[in-house]
Design a binder for this molecule. Structure first.
Ligand code: AFP
Length: 293
């Protein structure tokens, strides 16, 4: 409910971006070295306040916070890692953006500190994301499956619109930033040549929007390492882990190219990872290409 109410507030901010002049940068740079957009900052605050108010969350790690936000009481049982506004480069140009959340259980036998947030993806108990696009959709994943809600802007409530999301076996899309081609390994280039001869390329530049399309229609998203980003660009704790949790519940896979994303032993809150995410057969074939000698 905290994620849902936060999403309604952020959606209202997105709707009024140009009217209220709430677009552009804050002039600040975050721990990733990226310019912080005004919506990044306000979106972060909205979800931090929503988690504080719900009383169930003990600590939040965020793309927009160098150090985690500690909150909640002695009984607050969950830890959250989030990307409050994903796809910042698309905010000012009215292209779909999103919010991503990974939810881990709190270990009450340990002192609460930043290390508490740095836990393997497979320890998540749930994950969620929001797409602020042609419609506003909230997708929730838990051991009982993946379902989605759509925001009814007349009532301000999220309505259940898909009770059982399962990845279609027949897939048609692949998503990658071809602009990085020259920095890719020969094996990745070869796997892309194979993909381009059978599948359609779709790339929005907002991970959550590219992921959502591929989840519903079938497909694979790739952000492999390249010369510029030898560890990949995307963040393990609040981009790769939550979305890999979702796609696995829906019947797919997420890999770094060498291991399952959810098995990666994390070292830091903002670490990056290469990412291949989508239909299992697509991910397995790209991984086998990538590891050809
Ligand atoms: P943030 O705006 O949250 O940093 O997200 C942008 C992003 O991490 C992800 O949403 C996109 O898939 C990817 O970066 C786009 O990167 P390129 O501009 O290098 O293609």
């Amino acid at each position: 409910m905290a994620i849902a109410s936060g999403a309604v507030t952020v959606q209202n901010q997105v709707d009024r971006l140009n009217i209220d002049g709430h677009f552009g940068t804050t002039g600040k740079t975050n721990i990733q070295g990226e310019e912080v957009q005004k919506l990044d900052e306000s979106g972060n605050r909205v979800f931090i306040d929503a988690f504080k108010a719900c009383g169930q969350v003990a600590m939040v790690g965020s793309e927009e916070l160098t150090n985690p936000a500690i909150m909640g009481g002695d009984t607050s049982a969950y830890l959250v890692n989030m990307d409050p506004v994903d796809g910042s480069s698309n905010i000012d140009v009215a292209v779909s953006i999103g919010s991503i959340f990974g939810i881990w259980p709190r270990d009450f036998s340990n002192t609460l500190n930043e290390k508490s947030l740095i836990s393997k993806g497979k320890n998540q108990v749930a994950a969620a994301y929001i797409v602020y696009g042609s419609s506003t959709v909230m997708v929730l994943a838990s051991p009982s499956g993946v379902l989605s809600f759509t925001l009814d802007s007349t009532t301000g409530f999220f309505v259940l619109t898909n009770p059982d999301i399962v990845l279609p076996t027949k897939w048609k899309y692949y998503s990658i930033n071809y602009g990085n081609w020259s920095g890719f390994s020969k094996n990745i280039q070869d796997s892309l040549i194979l993909l381009q001869s059978h599948y359609s390329l779709r790339y929005v530049g907002s991970l959550v929007a590219d992921f959502h399309r591929n989840l519903l229609k079938g497909g694979v998203f790739l952000y492999p390492q390249d010369n510029a980003s030898p560890n990949g660009k995307l963040r393990l704790m609040y981009e790769a882990n939550p979305l890999t949790y979702v796609i696995k519940q829906a019947g797919g896979l997420g890999s770094s190219g060498t291991e399952d994303i959810l098995d990666i032993e994390p070292e830091s809150l903002h670490q990056r990872t290469p990412l291949i995410l989508g239909n299992s057969d697509a991910v397995e074939s790209i991984v086998s290409y990538e590891n050809r000698s």
